[in-house]
Design a protein around this ligand. Structure first.
Ligand SMILES: C[S@@+](CC[C@H](N)C(=O)[O-])C[C@H]1O[C@@H](n2cnc3c(N)ncnc32)[C@H](O)[C@@H]1O
Length: 269
């Protein structure tokens, strides 16, 4: 806000009403130049239109969950503290983690953990979960994972339930779908020469952004073996960061949760 005022305006969007309120308080000094709205990244285009922002010079996405969400046991995001299996970023939405883990069949549970948690023990964990239903709390889920993965195969650097919790949280909030729709919306509202920047916290998010930027920066996306272009695709972005920008050691020392952050930037053509 200090860099863009006077003259500039910021539209801040978060699906968590608590985060929007915190943003309003933090940016109160900037008056009407900061507009904070509860909503989803995927709805960026319609939110921007409704708030009178017809185009943007810059769009910044800060994906994933916040410390405030992770550290509140009653939100159900953490295997470290006992809480209800909620995991909704927006508590007005319908699907909770509890409903998902108790209703989905064993194959669906396995799919979620394999694709969104890259968990190689997904099948066994799914079987243990089903056998232990109903699962009501974060502890119930963490214990099912601990029981399913043989002790000798527990990861050395992370808690064995880390991947499982990531997977269910991403499914409950459709995080990858939101990222995809958010990137498309950003492309539509950016002015030529405007930039979008993304901060990802794990490889699934980062891969999605990387491949989106790659496709959108190419004039042709036909398979390489095809002799003549038939796709009529035209580049809409120029990649600014060939490699993602990562935090310095100093930054990680001051904020350990930043250690896995990856920043990518692309410019609208
Ligand atoms: C890593 S935190 C960053 C929060 C804020 N930028 C800050 O630095 O305090 C990510 C935030 O994005 C929000 N979020 C995640 N997915 C979202 C989505 N699809 N639409 C809107 N907000 C989302 C979360 O509720 C969370 O508050």
């Amino acid at each position: 806000m200090e860099r863009i005022t006077p003259g500039g305006m910021l539209l801040g969007i978060d699906r968590d009403p608590g985060a929007v309120e915190a943003g309003r308080q933090a940016l109160a000094a900037f008056g009407p130049a900061a507009v904070l709205v509860q909503g989803r990244f995927g709805d960026l285009e319609s939110i921007a239109a409704a708030e009178g922002f017809d185009s943007a010079d810059a769009v910044l996405f800060d994906f994933g969950i916040s410390s405030a969400q992770l550290d509140a046991p009653e939100r159900g995001f953490s295997f470290r503290a006992e809480g209800p299996l909620d995991m909704r970023m927006d508590q007005g939405s319908e699907l909770t983690a509890e409903r998902l883990v108790n209703r989905a069949d064993v194959r669906e549970l396995e799919r979620i953990m394999r694709t969104l948690g890259e968990e190689r023990w997904a099948r066994r964990i799914a079987q243990y979960m089903v056998a232990r239903r109903p699962l009501r709390t974060t502890r119930d889920l963490a214990e099912a994972v601990e029981a399913a993965i043989p002790r000798g195969a527990w990861p050395r650097d992370i808690h064995p339930a880390t991947r499982t919790f990531q997977a269910f949280r991403m499914e409950v909030n459709d995080e990858l779908g939101e990222i995809e729709r958010g990137l498309e919306a950003a492309l539509k509202i950016l002015k030529p020469g405007g930039r979008m920047a993304t901060i990802s916290f794990h490889s699934l998010e980062d891969r999605l952004v990387k491949s989106y930027f790659n496709v959108e920066s190419k004039d042709c996306i036909c398979p390489p073996q095809q002799p003549v272009c038939t796709c009529a695709h035209r580049a809409t972005l120029r990649i600014v960061t060939r490699k993602p920008v990562t935090p310095s050691e100093e930054e990680v020392a001051g904020n350990p949760r930043a250690r896995s952050a990856r920043l990518r930037v692309a410019e609208r053509l």
